[in-house]
Design a protein around this ligand. Structure first.
Ligand SMILES: NC(=O)c1ccc[n+]([C@@H]2O[C@H](COP(=O)([O-])OP(=O)(O)OC[C@H]3O[C@@H](n4cnc5c(N)ncnc54)[C@H](OP(=O)(O)O)[C@@H]3O)[C@@H](O)[C@H]2O)c1
Length: 306
């Protein structure tokens, strides 16, 4: 099969597109013919060595949509030809390829009304947004939430989910993305290049930060007493708050079929739409990583694999 892999850590130039051995379905696994796979910010961090993954050669890529090709021993719930989508288990990536092997228990059926490209675009981002907004922040109707990095892949889903729950959504984005985040449902938009969000936002029930760095630490200031903040751009630990009356949380983004089914259900009922998508080929992986690493992609980059 064709795949994008690395044999050492480094810049985008270490990405190689070429032939790679087909994966084999182990016990409890399915092999999926990948139709679309998405680019996540984690991918360039893995490529650069931030996660200390050390088995080479290593095929990158965390989420995909495709068609079941082969079943491992013990798999009875799928048959070859079933359309599925999913997010690879932690440490077991491999979606930047024509085929991927994955634990069948964390794969979901892709409904006909959801395209492979849209399913791949929303798999890890949707999973992350659901974990953050519903499971971790437990956002309630009528609450106010500040979502940082509104134009990114995770936030594109999170803004719509928060609106669906019935929250008031404030988001940060550069001016060129204001129409986009407004179309997702944002009630208030802050141009973070022109205004300091910490000075113009206050009294929030919740913050969801997808940006990290200094933005994370300064976010505690906008919370009301008892408020809570969730962080996915600040590494494995939530930042320590500089006040005692708020809660700082790091969502645990597990891989579950239940969450993938919920993504599909929210999409089919019209509660969320897919993010803006730029389609690329696997052979464009270097360009994809250059774009992703710039941290100004609007929506998602998706590889049309077949
Ligand atoms: N399991 C997990 O924990 C998990 C899962 C998925 C993602 N993540 C992490 O979550 C983060 C977000 O990922 P992503 O794929 O959604 O997006 P991303 O590609 O990291 O970010 C893209 C967006 O960030 C915006 N942005 C950049 N700097 C900003 C700032 N200072 N303030 C506001 N917006 C800013 C950009 O919009 P503008 O052009 O408008 O600036 C752009 O649309 C990444 O760090 C990723 O590694 C974690």
């Amino acid at each position: 099969m064709k795949a994008v892999f690395i044999e050492r850590f480094g810049g985008p130039d270490v990405l190689q597109y070429g032939d790679f051995p087909d994966p084999v379905a182990g016990r409890g696994e399915v092999v999926v013919d990948v139709v679309a796979a998405s680019v996540n910010a984690a991918d360039w961090k893995v490529r650069a060595g931030h996660y200390e993954q050390s088995t080479f050669p290593f095929v990158l890529g965390r989420d995909f949509s495709g068609v079941v090709d082969a079943l491992g021993e013990g798999v009875t719930e799928f048959k070859p030809g079933d359309p599925v989508f999913g997010v690879c288990d932690r440490g077991q990536e491999g979606a930047y390829a024509e085929k991927v092997a994955i634990n069948a228990g964390i794969v979901a059926r892709k409904p006909d009304g959801l395209s492979h490209v849209n399913a791949a675009a929303m798999a890890l981002t949707g999973l992350t947004a659901l974990n953050a907004i519903e499971d971790t922040l437990k956002l309630q109707p009528g609450e106010t939430i500040l979502i940082h990095g509104g134009a990114g892949g995770v936030a594109s889903f999170a803004i719509q989910l928060a609106k669906h729950i019935g929250a008031h959504v404030i988001t940060t984005a550069s001016a060129r993305n204001h129409d986009y985040v407004q179309s997702l449902g944002a009630d208030e938009i802050i141009d973070y290049n022109a205004e300091d969000f910490a000075k113009v936002v206050s009294n929030c029930d919740a913050v969801f930060d997808t940006v990290g760095g200094d933005v994370a630490q300064r976010s505690f200031a906008v919370l009301k007493p008892g408020g809570r903040a969730a962080f996915i751009g600040s590494g494995a630990q939530a930042p320590k708050p500089n006040r005692a009356d708020v809660t700082s949380l790091r969502p645990v983004v597990g891989r579950t079929r239940r969450h993938l089914d919920r993504i599909a259900q929210l999409y089919l009922q019209g509660a969320v739409r897919a993010p803006e998508i730029k389609l690329l080929r696997l052979s464009d992986a270097v360009k994809a990583h250059q774009l992703s690493e710039s941290r100004h992609v609007r929506g998602k980059l998706v590889f049309q694999v077949r």
